[in-house]
Design a protein around this ligand. Sequence first.
Ligand SMILES: Cc1cc2nc3c(=O)[nH]c(=O)nc-3n(C[C@H](O)[C@H](O)[C@H](O)COP(=O)(O)OP(=O)(O)OC[C@H]3O[C@@H](n4cnc5c(N)ncnc54)[C@H](O)[C@@H]3O)c2cc1C
Length: 285
Amino acid sequence: MIPQNFEYSAPANLNEALALLAGGKAKVLAGGMSLIPLMKLRLAAPEQLVDLGHVPDLKAIREEAGSIRIGAMATHYEIESSPLVRGKCPLLAEAAAHIGDLQVRNMGTIGGSIAHADPAADYPASLMALEVQVRLVSSKGERTLAIGQFLTDALTTALEPGEIVREVIAPVEAPGAGVSYQKMVQPASGFAIVGAAARVRRSGGKVSFIRVGITGLAGKAFRATNVEKLLEGTAGSSADIQKAAAVVADGVDANSDLFASADYRRQMAKVYTARALTQAVSRAS
Ligand SMILES: Cc1cc2nc3c(=O)[nH]c(=O)nc-3n(C[C@H](O)[C@H](O)[C@H](O)COP(=O)(O)OP(=O)(O)OC[C@H]3O[C@@H](n4cnc5c(N)ncnc54)[C@H](O)[C@@H]3O)c2cc1C
């Protein structure tokens, strides 16, 4: 349970951090909630750690040009409790509140969570439903990717060596929208066996806008556009919701592990998608 020796640096600003990472050998340390256990188990043995915990620019949560910008080092607790996120991007605050326990939420960061890309992580369902952009930076420059391009597979992202997540850019939620994140909790870890996030707007008694994101079911989180198509334009009745949720796992190569078989996950995905849709529809005005 003792990690291999490593060098540790704690840069005080972003340029210093990017210079230390430029060689591509050093690994970023954020909250350490995923990386440190891996190092203690010797499943990861980085030679150098660059701790982003002292880089102030990376912690900011702010509104800019109709978007909510969340710095990579914002902790789950800061996101859950931010009045700006709760008021203008409530789905993300709700997802953050579902993560692990208080200690994990106080240490773990959104940048660390999406860079780690655990297929059972909570944020990705909401990030898919919110169609967020992920801003990346390295010593060579910047680029911005849609979340669906950033998460490429289980534990795999589009991050290049030396590149870090700088911020996550989410839309300001429309007035009157209803949102919900529902998850089946893995009782030992708190991770999602399946998790479903929904955003709904209503107009003239019909569902006029719908986004659904799913985590835990497959190797990477995805947007369930088949569910969205079935529900859009309906009254959003219980029957409409059940019919739409029933297709969520169609064609999905479902994960299977000690906690839940692929068939069980598919079934639970339908149940939790229906729950998220029901709550989001009931909250939409
Ligand atoms: C007991 C326990 C329960 C948990 N339960 C849940 C849960 O219910 N739901 C859930 O979603 N998660 C859960 N987690 C995981 C938690 O959310 C972690 O916070 C998260 O996965 C990693 O974030 P971190 O900031 O700790 O990153 P770290 O562990 O520091 O880093 C993780 C990885 O991301 C890289 N990295 C970190 N920041 C960046 C960045 N800005 N740019 C590029 N790469 C970066 C690191 O190099 C490393 O490879 C749990 C963890 C624990 C220990």
